[in-house]
Structures are given as structure tokens and as C-alpha cells.
Design a protein around this ligand. Structure first.
Ligand code: GAL
Length: 427
């Protein structure tokens, strides 16, 4: 409850200040020549923190070099995985005050905005910029609705990564990372018994949602997990109960949930040798790079337990909202996002692989070299928490159920809430 009130207050505050900022902005009179009618562009995301802001900055620097006539207005709202940003965005869209372009996940989340009539289609933009064949087809399917394409994907992220400290594992007498959920639980127990370190580092509530999708995938496998997001899916069966019991047990080895820490501190505990494990998306790789940590020495990585050979994927994409004040500049921003150069500047910093299939692979080193190869050879499952399989309402309903569960630890009630959510929100 406390959290919800805080979030809502932050959302209103941020929305208010943005609207005020917008008032002084003046009308778009056109810039200094490069792009007719374009003098500024307001881009909305949630990339403010470690690793994330750096990635955005790299692309923005390239954009500014190409468009000195366009002022870049960074309207990012802090909060990992968009926890605060999405609320601010919703109120701006409702008030018909859209930013010129906003970040939206490919898949069900994007489809919400499309179905609500809030986005312009980008068919001619795709044709003019020869983008029809530069993205993988399964990704294009996720940004297409009724034959029209609606956003520009900048990357592919992986949700199911287990980050671990080789030092803490050695101290606990573990010879390597666990490969199944059962092994994971034993390893956590061993860390707890043999060391004074945190077995599994966790941050704000959304990082528990993130952990939850990983445990579901680990226990159910790609086919079982993917089936959960189809209309009429059965969330009431024994395999889901087992996953929820495992999730409950895993949570007993985590730090107490702390809203203020977000995901960065939870991940940092691993590279600082304070925690054995953290399950987080590969934006953590971008953050570790920024922290100047060395892969294989300060940290190691593997697929989250039980998910080897599966890429639990998600993709950040940028949109053109209807009634964008600075439409010509927004189209230039989208060109930057779509470009090979923009993607190759952004992704090595962000810890993601490029959405384009023709990117320069030599720029993707260490973890990212592994990710590129894994992306080609793995089965795919869509992240629910990061917008691929669950729409915004379903996402909120699961988050509410997870929040209640973190307090009650009542598996039966948790499962009933998930069954209800699926009934109300699927399809
Ligand atoms: C995801 C987003 C990533 C990263 C992460 C943590 O939802 O797709 O780009 O920003 O949240 O904030």
C-alpha cells in the first residue's frame, strides 16, 4: 500500500513538472536548417540509472552530432523496468500530452498502446529507410498489428541470466553454478550455512517479479511457460503450484525487499563479493562494465537455473505517438534508433545485443559475445515482466499478487490470484 501511494505521488509529481516544462517550450518553428520543422525532440524512457543512462547517452551523442539543429530533451523517469515511468506515461497520454517518442516493450505492452489508438503506424518510415528486412521476423511480428508496423526496436535483452560471484561460490564450497531449480535451492542453502554472504540478492519489488518469471521458466520449461500466456491457459495445475513453492523457498534466501535499492544495488552486491547470486536481465552487464568490473574475475554468468538453451527475451522499442508536438524531429530520432551506427553505439553500453541482424559483431565482447551466440541457438520465451507476453493490466495484476505474496507467503492464495489474473486479462 505504502509503495502504491508513493508511486502514484511520484507519477503525479513528475507528470506535473513535465507539463509545466512543456508550457515554456514554445511552438515548433523549425530549426537551423538540417531538418525542416524540427527544433527539439522530447524522448521518454526510464533509463536514468547505472548502465542504462550511459547507453542512452551514447546514442544521443550520435544523434546530436548528426542534428545540431535539434535540441534533445531527455524526459526519462527513474525506476527500473519502468515502474514509475509507465504511470507517468499513462497520465500524459490520457491528457493528450505525449512525449515525441517513448520507450515501449515489443509485444503485448506495445499492443496496448496501439489498440488504444495512441501510436502512429510507421509503414512508410520502414519503407523509406529500408527497415523491412533488418530485424528478425519474430521481432517484427511483435511490433506489428493488423498488418501495420508501430515501433523501432533498438535491442534484444535477456531476462534469464544468473550472475554470480566466483569468490563467494568457492567460499561456500560450490564448484559451479546450479543448473536446475532444485540445485539452486541447495546452493542457496549451502551459501547460507557456510558463509556470511547474502545467498540471493534482491532489490525493489519488481525484481521479485523478475525472479518469479525466471522460476516459472526454470520449472515449467519453455513450452510450459509459453503456454501460460495463451488465452485459456491453466494456471491452476500442479506444475504451477510446484513453481510457486520453489519461488517461496528461494525467497527465504534473499535480502529483505527494499524499494529504494532498485536493481543496481542488488546486482552490485555480486560484483562486490557481498552476495553469491543475483538473477537479473543483462542490463546488469552494462552496469558492471560501467563499474569497471572484470568478467570471469569479479563475476561470472550462466543461464538462470533450469533455463539453459532458452532465451527469455524482451526488446526495447521507440514509438511515434499520435499528436507528437515535434513530429519531424521524432522521425529523425527514430532513424537514429533504427540505424546500425546508433544500435552499435547503444547496445555495447546497455548490455544488450542489437535488434538489427547486420550489426558489427566485433563490438560485442565478453558476456555480449556469448549472448549473440545464445540468441541464435536458443529456444525463445517472452518475458512477461518486460512486456512481451502480458499486457499492462495483466502485468499490474501479477505485480499486485506478488506484492501480497511477499507479505503473506501463502502459495494457495497466490495461485488463485494468478488464475484470476489470467482469466481476466489473457488475450
Ligand atoms: C527493462 C528494460 C531494460 C532495462 C530494465 C531495467 O524493462 O527493457 O532496457 O532498462 O528494464 O530498468
Amino acid at each position: 500500500m505504502q509503495r502504491m501511494r508513493w508511486r502514484a505521488a511520484m507519477a503525479l509529481l513528475a507528470a506535473g513538472s513535465l507539463v509545466l516544462a512543456g508550457c515554456g517550450g514554445g511552438d515548433n518553428q523549425g530549426g537551423g536548417g538540417g531538418t525542416p520543422g524540427a527544433s527539439k525532440v522530447e524522448v521518454f524512457s526510464w533509463w536514468t540509472g547505472g548502465g542504462e543512462a550511459k547507453g542512452l547517452e551514447a546514442m544521443v551523442a550520435d544523434f546530436k552530432a548528426k542534428h545540431p539543429e535539434i535540441q534533445f530533451v531527455n524526459a526519462a523517469v527513474a525506476g527500473g523496468s519502468g515502474t514509475n515511468a509507465k504511470a507517468v506515461l499513462a497520465s500524459r497520454l490520457q491528457a493528450n500530452q505525449p512525449p515525441d517518442s517513448f520507450q515501449g516493450h515489443a509485444g503485448a505492452e506495445l499492443q496496448d498502446y496501439i489498440k488504444a489508438g495512441q501510436l502512429e503506424e510507421l509503414d512508410s518510415f520502414y519503407d523509406e529507410n529500408q527497415l523491412r528486412s533488418v530485424f528478425p521476423q519474430q521481432l517484427v511480428d511483435q511490433i506489428t498489428f493488423e498488418g501495420h508496423v508501430y515501433s523501432v526496436p533498438v535491442n534484444i535483452h535477456r531476462s534469464n541470466v544468473l550472475w554470480f560471484s566466483p569468490q563467494v561460490l568457492a567460499e561456500a564450497g560450490l564448484s559451479g553454478p546450479p543448473t536446475t531449480v532444485a540445485e539452486f535451492i541447495s546452493a542457496l542453502k549451502q551459501v547460507k550455512q557456510k558463509t556470511k554472504k547474502i545467498p540471493l540478492s534482491l532489490g525493489a519489488q519488481w525484481t521479485a517479479d523478475h525472479l518469479f518469471e525466471n522460476v516459472l521458466l526454470g520449472d515449467l520449461g519453455a513450452d510450459g511457460y509459453n503456454a501460460l500466456w495463451k488465452p485459456g491457459a491453466d494456471w491452476s495445475g500442479a506444475p504451477v503450484t510446484k513453481a510457486l513453492q520453489d519461488f517461496a523457498e528461494i525467497l527465504t534466501y534473499t535480502t529483505t525487499e527494499a524499494a529504494s535499492t532498485d536493481w543496481q544495488l542488488a546486482a552490485k552486491n555480486v560484483v562486490d563479493g557481498k552476495a553469491a547470486f543475483n538473477i537479473m536481465g543483462d542490463w546488469a552487464a552494462g552496469y558492471f562494465k560501467e563499474l569497471k568490473k572484470t568478467p570471469d574475475k569479479d563475476y561470472k554468468y550462466a543461464a538462470a537455473p533450469g533455463t539453459d538453451g532458452v532465451y527469455l527475451w524482451l526488446s526495447d522499442s521507440f514509438t511515434l505517438p499520435k499528436n507528437a508536438k515535434d513530429r519531424p524531429a521524432a522521425l529523425e530520432w527514430l532513424k537514429e534508433c533504427a540505424s546500425k551506427q546508433g544500435q552499435d553505439l547503444f547496445n555495447p553500453q546497455k548490455g544488450s545485443i542489437p535488434a538489427r541482424t547486420d550489426a558489427d559483431t566485433s563490438l560485442y565482447k565478453d558476456y555480449l559475445a556469448w549472448a549473440l551466440q545464445q540468441w541464435k541457438s536458443s529456444k525463445l520465451a517472452g518475458s512477461f515482466w518486460h512486456g512481451v507476453t502480458a499486457n499492462n493490466q495483466w502485468h499490474t495484476d501479477i505485480d499486485t499478487a506478488v506484492g501480497l505474496f511477499l507479505n503473506s507467503r501463502d502459495v494457495g492464495k497466490f495461485q488463485s490470484a494468478l488464475v484470476e489474473a489470467a482469466k481476466n486479462d489473457a488475450g
